[in-house]
Design a protein around this ligand. Structure first.
Ligand code: RUQ
Ligand code: CUA
Length: 643
C-alpha cells in the first residue's frame, strides 16, 4: 500500500514539467467544481494597479466578477455614467484610477460577517466600501494628510473602525518646503474611520499625527488585544533619498502599538484639534441609483503626546513589512523583510512592560519598549524576505517569503517550522479565509505571486500575475492549482460562500426606484428640451426601447439618456450604446436607472442599441435618433411602434 502510494506520487512528479508541475493524481478532484456545482468560498482578490477587486470562487479558481472600485470600467459604465462619476471625485478632481491593495471583510465579534469588503486606494489616498448584497462599491472616502495609503484598509473586530495609515510621511498641512528638511518635520497620519453599524457609512473620527516614518501595514488587536491596533514602520531613519540604503541602517524599526480605545475616549471628551483639510466623501444611494460627492473641509487631529498611554513602539528587526495578529490576539508577528528570522511579540508582555514603565528611551516622546521584555519568540531561519503571515484554526501560522519564494508553516507558541513549500514565484501576500480574524476557516491557503515566468503561456513581455491554491488540511501543505489574476494581487480576503450567497441581491424593485429621472409608467416616457440640453426619459424591456425613434435633436445639443430597465427578473440587465458617444455603454440592472450623455457632432440619423444579448430578439432591440443642423426648427418628437 505504502509503496504504491509513494510511487504514485513520484510518478506524478515525473510527469510534471521540470519536476515542478507534477502533482498527486487526486489533486484535480480537489479543485474540480463540476458544471452546475458551486464553489465553497468567495475570494476577493485585490487588483493592484488595476484599481479594482476581483471575485473568484475557491477551490476552482474561477473568476466570477471584476468589481470596479477606483478605476473606470467600460464593461458596465462605472465612472462613465452620470450616476457613478461622483464616486471617483477627490480633492484633486476626477481621479479615475488607483492602486488597490488590501481588502478586508467586515467582522462582528472578530468573526467574518459577510456584509462589506473594504479596500484601500494607495495612490490618491482613499478607502472604499463594497456592499456584498449588490457586489457594488457603495462608498469611497478620501483620506487627507496622507500619501500612499498603504497600511489600510484593515478593520477592528466589530467593524467599529476601518484604518488608513500613510506609507509616505509628508508635510502636514502640505506646504512648499525643502525635501532636505524632511527629518523631524514630516508627519505620518494614521486615520481611524468610523463605520456606522447599520449603513456602513464611513466618517473620519480622528487622525493620529505620528513621527515621519513610513507606516507599512497594520492589523487590529483581537480578543484580549481588542482596542489596540498595530502598525509596522520602516525608515525610522527618516531618510528622504536612496532609501534602499539609507532606510536600512537601523537594526530595528518599530511596530507602533496604538490604543485606539483610549484615543476614542479622549476625542469623545472633546480632545483633539480640528484642522482644515479638503477631502471628498462619495456615497452611492441604492434607492436613487445615484452617487453624490460631498467635499469635506476639516478633520480632527490628535497629537500622540496629548494622550498618555495611547502609543508605544515595539522594536522589530529589519524594516518589517507585514504586521499580523494571531486569532487569540496574543501574538503580533513582525515580518522583517531584510531578516531571516520572524519576530513575534507578546501582547501580555507588552502590557506588562507598559504597566511597569519598562522603557528603553523614546522617539519623538513616544516610549520605546525593550525588545527582550516583549519578545514572545523567534521563528529561526524560516526563510528569506518574510512579507506576510496568515493563521489557520489549528494554531499554525503561514508566512510568505518573497526572496526564497516559499510558504513556511510554523507552530504558534513553539515557533518550530513544520513545513515549507515552494511557490512559483516570489509570493507577496498569502490568504486563508478568515486568516486574520478570531475564526479562520483553515482549509485553503492562497499564495499571491508576483512573477510567473514559465508557469503560463507567454503573452508578450508581461505575463499574468497569479494565485496558487494549497490544501492545508494535512500536516504538509499540498499545492492544488495555479490560476491567473487581474492586475497585481496584493492581499485577498476569503469567506465561506454560505455567509454571502444567500443575501445576494437579485433585482432592484422597480416600485422602489427613487431615481430623479426614473420612468416607471409608460405614460411618463418623454423627451424634453432645456436650452441646449435634451433629456430623454426612456425605459426598456425585452426587446425594445421606449421610445425607439427620436427626432428634433440638433448638433450642439447635449443629450441625456435616462434609461430605466423594467425587467424584474434575475440576471437580465440591458445595455445601451449610441454611435460616437465619448463614453462607455450603460449596463442597467433590472429595476435600475442609468444615464448616458451624448453630444452628437454630425447631422444624420444615428442608431442606438442594446449591448447585452438579452433575448432571442436582442438584435431587434434598437432605435434611431435624427440629428438636424444646429439652426433647424424641427420640433422634438418621439415614438414607439408608429409609422
Ligand atoms: S503589500 S505584497 Cu500592499 Cu505586501 Cu502587496
Ligand atoms: Cu436588451 Cu439586448
Amino acid at each position: 500500500m505504502v509503496a504504491s502510494l509513494v510511487s504514485c506520487n513520484n510518478g506524478g512528479n515525473k510527469r510534471g514539467n521540470k519536476g515542478q508541475g507534477g502533482l498527486a493524481t487526486n489533486v484535480a478532484e480537489k479543485v474540480y467544481v463540476a458544471p452546475g456545482e458551486l464553489d465553497e468560498f468567495y475570494a476577493f482578490v485585490s487588483g493592484g494597479f488595476s484599481g479594482q477587486l476581483a471575485v473568484y470562487g475557491l477551490p476552482s479558481g474561477r473568476l466570477l466578477k471584476v468589481l470596479p472600485v477606483f478605476s473606470q470600467n467600460p464593461e458596465n459604465g462605472w465612472g462613465y455614467t452620470e450616476e457613478t462619476k461622483p464616486m471617483l471625485n477627490t480633492s484633486y478632481g476626477f481621479v479615475p484610477w488607483d492602486d488597490s491593495h488590501h481588502p478586508d471583510i467586515s467582522q462582528t465579534n472578530g468573526v467574518l460577517d459577510g456584509r462589506w469588503v473594504f479596500i484601500n486606494g494607495n495612490n490618491t489616498p482613499r478607502i472604499a466600501r463594497i456592499g456584498l448584497e449588490s457586489f457594488k462599491t457603495e462608498e469611497i472616502i478620501e483620506i487627507p494628510n496622507s500619501a500612499g495609503n498603504h497600511s489600510s484598509s484593515f478593520i477592528t473586530e466589530n467593524t467599529e473602525y476601518v484604518v488608513a495609515g500613510t506609507r509616505f510621511s509628508v508635510p502636514v498641512p502640505q506646504k512648499d518646503m525643502s525635501i532636505k528638511d524632511y527629518k523631524g518635520n514630516f508627519k505620518g497620519a494614521l486615520t481611524f474611520i468610523s463605520v456606522a453599524p447599520e449603513t456602513g457609512h464611513m466618517a473620519i473620527k480622528f487622525q493620529l499625527m505620528m513621527p515621519g516614518f513610513n507606516y507599512d501595514l497594520s492589523h487590529p488587536g483581537r480578543n484580549k488585544s481588542h482596542g489596540w491596533f498595530f502598525f509596522t514602520t520602516y525608515n525610522t531613519e527618516e531618510a528622504h533619498s536612496l532609501l534602499e540604503v539609507n532606510a536600512s541602517q537601523n537594526d530595528k524599526d518599530f511596530i507602533a502599538a496604538v490604543n485606539w480605545k483610549v484615543i476614542e475616549e479622549y476625542v469623545n471628551n472633546g480632545g483633539g484639534t480640528k484642522v482644515p483639510a479638503k477631502y471628498a466623501h462619495n456615497i452611492l444611494d441604492e434607492d436613487t441609483h445615484t452617487a453624490t460627492s460631498t467635499m469635506m473641509d476639516e478633520v480632527l487631529t490628535v497629537n500622540p503626546m496629548d494622550v498618555p498611554g495611547a502609543v508605544y513602539f515595539l522594536p522589530t528587526p529589519k524594516s518589517p513589512h507585514g504586521c499580523d495578529v494571531d486569532p487569540t490576539g496574543e501574538y503580533i508577528v513582525g515580518n522583517g523583510k531584510l531578516s531571516a528570522d520572524l519576530t513575534v511579540h507578546s501582547f501580555t508582555k507588552m502590557i506588562d512592560a507598559v504597566e511597569n514603565k519598562k522603557f528603553d528611551g523614546e522617539a519623538y516622546g513616544i516610549p520605546i519598549l525593550k525588545f527582550d521584555d516583549i519578545l514572545a519568540g523567534v521563528v529561526k531561519q524560516a526563510g528569506l524576505g518574510p512579507l506576510h503571515t496568515e493563521f489557520d484554526d489549528k494554531g499554525n501560522a503561514y508566512t510568505t517569503f518573497f526572496i526564497s519564494s516559499e510558504v513556511v508553516k510554523w507552530k504558534v507558541g513553539t515557533w518550530e517550522v513544520l513545513d515549507r513549500q515552494p511557490v512559483f514565484y516570489s509570493v507577496g501576500h498569502g490568504m486563508i479565509p478568515g486568516g486574520n480574524s478570531r475564526k479562520p476557516f483553515g482549509k485553503y491557503f492562497v499564495a499571491l505571486n508576483k512573477i510567473t515566468k514559465d508557469r503560463y503561456l507567454p503573452t508578450g513581455p508581461e505575463l499574468t500575475q497569479s494565485a496558487q491554491l494549497f490544501d492545508i488540511t494535512g500536516d504538509k501543505m499540498e499545492l492544488l492549482l495555479d490560476f491567473p489574476t487581474i492586475g497585481e494581487p496584493h492581499y485577498a480576503a476569503g469567506i465561506p460562500a454560505e455567509l454571502v450567497a444567500p443575501n445576494s441581491r437579485k433585482i432592484y424593485k422597480l416600485a422602489e426606484n427613487k431615481h430623479k429621472y426614473a420612468v416607471i409608467q409608460d405614460s411618463d416616457v418623454r423627451v424634453e428640451r432645456e436650452g441646449k440640453e435634451v433629456h430623454v426619459y426612456m425605459n426598456m424591456i425585452r426587446s425594445h426601447f421606449n421610445p425607439d425613434n427620436i427626432e428634433g435633436v440638433k448638433v450642439g445639443d447635449k443629450v441625456y439618456f435616462h434609461i430605466t430597465n423594467h425587467e424584474q427578473d434575475f440576471d437580465v440587465p440591458h445595455g445601451f450604446a449610441v454611435i460616437g458617444a465619448n463614453t462607455a455603454e450603460l449596463l442597467i440592472m433590472p429595476g435600475a436607472t442609468e444615464t448616458l450623455v451624448w453630444e452628437p457632432k454630425q447631422v444624420g440619423v444615428w442608431p442606438m442599441y442594446c449591448t447585452d444579448f438579452c433575448s432571442a430578439l436582442h438584435q431587434e432591440m434598437q432605435g434611431y435618433i435624427r440629428v438636424s443642423p444646429a439652426d433647424s426648427n424641427i420640433e422634438l418628437s418621439w415614438s414607439l411602434g408608429e409609422d
